[in-house]
Design a protein around this ligand. Sequence first.
Ligand code: HEM
Length: 465
Amino acid sequence: ITPPKPSKNLPPSPQKLPIIGNLHQIGPSPHRKISYLARKHGPLMLLHLGKVPLLVASSADAARDILKTHDQIFSNRPNSSVANAIYDCKDIAFSAYGDYWRQMRSICVNHLLSSKKVQSFRDVREEEVFLMMERIREAKSVVNLSELFANFANDVICRVALGRKYEDGGKFKKVLEELGVLLGSFDVGEFVPWLYWIKFVNGMSGRVRGVARNIDEFLECVVREHIGQKGEGEKDFVDVLLELQRNERGGFVLDDTSIKALILDMFAAGSDTTFTLMEWTLSELIRHKKVMAKLKAELKRIAGCNSTIAEADLDKCQYLKAVIKETLRLHPPLPLLVPRESTHDAKLLGYDIAARTRVVINAWAIGRDPLLWEDAEEFIPERFLNTCIDFKGQFQFLPFGAGRRGCPGAAFALGAVELLLSNLVLGFEFALPGGERGEDLDMVEGDGLTIHRKFPLCAVPICES
Ligand code: HEM
């Protein structure tokens, strides 16, 4: 007699409803909702979104198991109807794990995001910071800092990737914002097949097509313009991509769609996340006067008789770095990272996980886990001074994800954020409009894949000198 097959040891699940499973328990602010569910059901929890199993990891140990021990099995991305509609997932962030993804990622790291490349963009960052400071100095009253931050992040990427700023860049930025919202919204039909029609009725399908068309119109123009100006001036990222296309290597064909998808990724993955980090950091500083004063003192000491902080000074700004890390702990711009999918069966923390399970890692919940962080809900940058907690290899702090699919743009983003914030804090005091007290500044979160402030950060800048 053959012994009965041992039954699978599945992670705990909250009770589910027929057909929709746990879909009704997610909705807006999913990182908060699933963190609440995980408190009851544990650090590895299996939800059912319609017919799709979704594994949620909410502890550093679970994250380590997924992103390190079994990184290869969990390096795929699940299918997303929105990403599919835009360049067929031929970008880096949404392409399936495999050779195509590997080649695209290595092109992008070697030609745009390596630390050597990032250093070479120093002039661009310094010029854009200077322009931003001028703009704020000229403002006589309330300034919408969120908008300025968004323009800054976009302009830096525009200049290094496309070679210059574009007049219709503002329109492109709006389209990207819409893309972010669509990527973060739920296409119910992905989970409950017989509700496939909903996206046609609620307008989602039309919005996705509109966004795809607008993105392609802009990027097609950019690429055509670059083809038309062969060999003139310094090479930007688009020039490099076109050159790689001409000198096809090792059988890897970089077609026009791949080029546009790569450029789009730099904006879609890099712009919103970077500006969000600036927005939350300055918000926390405005709310915490003592931290602001301590940071100002550090920056004044380092600037000495200069009125600005230069890139070369940033290594000395240890408190600034701690302030940014503390902001990323409490407000990771992508609180659930970017979803993964398992390619094979695996065992995690003793549970059986089937192939093709979607996985999200709740970096937001891990960053606020009281077992890992003292006074976890408080903003205390000092906790990052004199510790080895950095952006790599520690699973209690995961704002950039980890493993082979971890963010390749961290150095690029941090270079821009550190330079801008240090100069802003050195150059200005910020008061809230209408005499509102800093500590009363609202911290309400918006919706979307990237979680920014629901209401823009508006303040009255007062020049220090
Ligand atoms: C503060 C700024 C940023 C944050 C917080 C951030 C965060 C993240 C996170 C959490 C992921 C998913 C990682 C995972 O699955 O483990 C990711 C992926 C990615 N990020 Fe970033 N990112 C930032 C800036 C940037 C910038 C500036 C760029 C490029 C210009 C960039 C390009 C990418 C790309 C291409 C991916 C996809 C990687 C892949 O799937 O292989 N990011 N980012």
